[in-house]
Design a protein around this ligand. Structure first.
Ligand SMILES: NC(=O)c1ccc[n+]([C@@H]2O[C@H](COP(=O)([O-])OP(=O)(O)OC[C@H]3O[C@@H](n4cnc5c(N)ncnc54)[C@H](O)[C@@H]3O)[C@@H](O)[C@H]2O)c1
Ligand SMILES: O=C(O)CC[C@@H](O)C(=O)O
Length: 529
């Protein structure tokens, strides 16, 4: 059983997914005081949070059993990623689920800053004032909107403001220029250029050392008089003191702000201004977005706990690979093949070359990672997982390389692992997946044969002569070991033969020795997957 604790409110749709899993014990602790919370997580296998839970080193020191942190949203600035990685905890987020909600929230703030809608609404309904002069607005049409950070949200805001007839200037040094130019936006090389020409500035970067206080007093001074500022990304990207001064002096016409350096924020000095539109971190708060995020993170956490895949893992090096359902199956296969190899070889493996063929050719980095986990789990007596495997492999001098398989094969998708061990010894195994969750080995060292990579497998090599296999069966029977599956491969009649014998229980070394003593036996090994 895995214990999964939900620490912040997620959608019912996400909760239902977790409830349906038979081997998951679900606990909801979104109402527990945040100081008390870590003490209640000592035996949790996974936790799911949003931005309200700060997961720092001290928090993690209580979570002795933790394997997975699921962040129901984009920003992981509330999680100490280095500490989580050191502890081998996988951190997953759900970056795309709330993109549209945050984009539309940004537009809402922008339009409010242009038209003062909340003030007019308040005065009419609660003060009974019909004042049409006071709430004179300005149009978005024809204005220049400066967008800092042209990622998922920034790029969508750009398209929306352009549809209002505004011009867009982008500052984002980390994107290809065409991302901005192809939609008709202008991209600038330095922030100052954007600050000088923009009537409205909206920021959509993550909170990093580089972006923290990126807009300070000096930057505000460079802006146009009457500039409108929006922050629906992270508190602290705009220096809050500088914002206050800019509003007080009238330099800033209006501010739309959803996020604060310290949250929750009930009594901020910025609240004294009528031209500040503040919301309590509502960017992601739409029903649609919360369903997407809740469902997505629940599925990813279950997958990660069960080793089925690590979608959106932020501290696992999978680079830009898009892993399809089939890809996930092959990652599982790569891990099993790695495990098979290291148990079979039982010696120091110095290099593994993975050859991939078919749809999975694009997953080369992830295939390397998963096979290294399989190899290391048997090589070292330590807690190995997808987070610490690259560090452990490096430390132990295990080199993993991935290449495209360029020989002919009858399989649509195929993996071949070639391991070098001891002094220039080599071994090759091939594998594929024919149907979901059925990883198979289909080739080993020149023998074409297949068996599902699960359970206890005896790998037996012998000279192909009559009577040997019968004797193996006799020995196993004598020790009450039931044979569940038996596969034999030969290169040629009366040459060498290789058998995979699947048995219902693990066999001990004495039984293996007895089989090896049969006349004609060459080698024997046991593998447990
Ligand atoms: N208010 C909310 O509820 C809410 C909801 C969703 C996302 N967010 C926040 O919005 C922000 C953007 O989210 P996203 O999904 O678009 O992220 P993203 O990763 O898709 O985009 C971020 C962009 O910022 C750029 N960037 C990074 N450093 C930069 C720098 N120094 N200068 C200029 N650009 C820089 C990156 O190159 C990238 O293109 C994040 O901070 C996220 O946490 C807030
Ligand atoms: O819903 C939340 O907790 C915050 C959402 C947002 O800030 C995010 O980073 O995804």
């Amino acid at each position: 059983m895995y214990k999964v604790v939900v620490c912040d409110t997620i959608s019912d749709a996400g909760i239902e997914i977790l409830k349906k899993e038979k081997d998951i014990e679900l606990q909801i602790k979104s109402d527990v005081n945040k100081k008390e919370l870590p003490k209640q997580l000592t035996d949790a296998d996974a936790i799911i949070t949003r931005s309200s839970t700060t997961i720092d080193k001290e928090f993690l020191s209580f979570c002795e059993n933790l394997k997975v942190i699921g962040r129901a949203g984009v920003g992981v600035d509330n999680i100490d990623l280095d500490e989580a990685s050191k502890r081998g905890i996988v951190v997953l987020n759900m970056p795309t689920g709330n993109t549209l909600a945050a984009t539309e929230h940004t537009m809402t703030h922008m339009l409010n800053c242009l038209r003062f809608m909340p003030n007019a609404n308040y005065e009419l309904k609660y003060k009974h004032k019909w004042d049409r002069k006071k709430w004179m607005g300005i149009e978005l049409y024809g204005k220049t909107v400066g967008i800092i950070g042209m990622g998922r949200i920034g790029s969508r805001v750009a398209i929306r403001v352009m549809s209002f007839g505004a011009n867009v200037v982008v500052y984002d040094p980390y994107i290809p220029k065409e991302k901005a130019t192809k939609i008709g936006a202008k991209i600038v090389d330095n922030l100052d250029e954007l600050l000088k020409v923009s009537d409205i500035i909206t920021i959509h970067t993550p909170k990093t050392e580089e972006t923290y206080n990126m807009i300070d007093k000096e930057e505000i001074e460079k802006m146009k008089d009457g500039v409108i500022l929006i922050n629906c990304a992270r508190g602290g990207l705009y220096n809050e003191k500088a914002l206050y001064e800019g509003l007080k002096s009238g330099k800033i016409r209006a501010l739309g702000i959803d996020v604060f350096e310290n949250e929750p924020q009930l009594n901020h000095p910025l609240f004294e201004f009528d031209n500040v539109f503040a919301t309590p971190h509502l960017g992601a708060n739409t029903y649609e977005s919360q369903i997407r995020v809740g469902e997505g993170i629940a599925r990813s956490v279950v997958d990660a706990l069960k080793g089925r895949g690590y979608e959106n893992a932020v501290n696992i090096k999978m680079e830009e690979e898009e892993i399809t359902e089939l890809g996930k199956q092959f990652l599982g296969l790569a891990e099993r093949m790695g495990s098979f190899l290291s148990q079979y070889i039982k010696s120091f493996i110095k290099r593994v070359t993975i050859y991939a063929h078919g749809e999975i050719e694009s997953c080369t980095n992830s295939l390397g990672l998963f096979s290294s986990v399989g190899i290391l789990k048997n090589m070292i007596d330590e807690h190995v997982n997808y987070v610490n495997a690259p560090y452990l492999a490096k430390e132990r001098g295990l080199e993993i390389e991935t290449k495209i398989y360029d020989k002919a094969t009858e399989f649509k998708n195929y993996l071949l692992l070639e391991a070098e061990y001891d002094d220039n010894k080599k071994i090759e195994i091939g594998g594929t997946v024919f149907e979901p969750n059925k990883a198979r080995i289909v080739y080993m060292d020149g023998f074409d044969m297949e068996i599902e990579l699960t359970g206890n497998i005896i790998v037996f090599r012998n000279y192909d002569k009559p009577g040997i296999i019968g004797k193996v069966g006799e020995i196993l029977g004598k020790h009450n070991i039931n044979i569940a599956d038996f596969r034999l491969g030969r290169k040629q009649a009366l040459g060498e033969a290789l058998s995979f014998i699947k048995v219902d229980q693990e066999v001990n070394d004495a039984i293996l020795k007895e089989i090896l003593s049969i006349d004609g036996a060459i080698s024997i090994a046991k593998v447990k997957i």
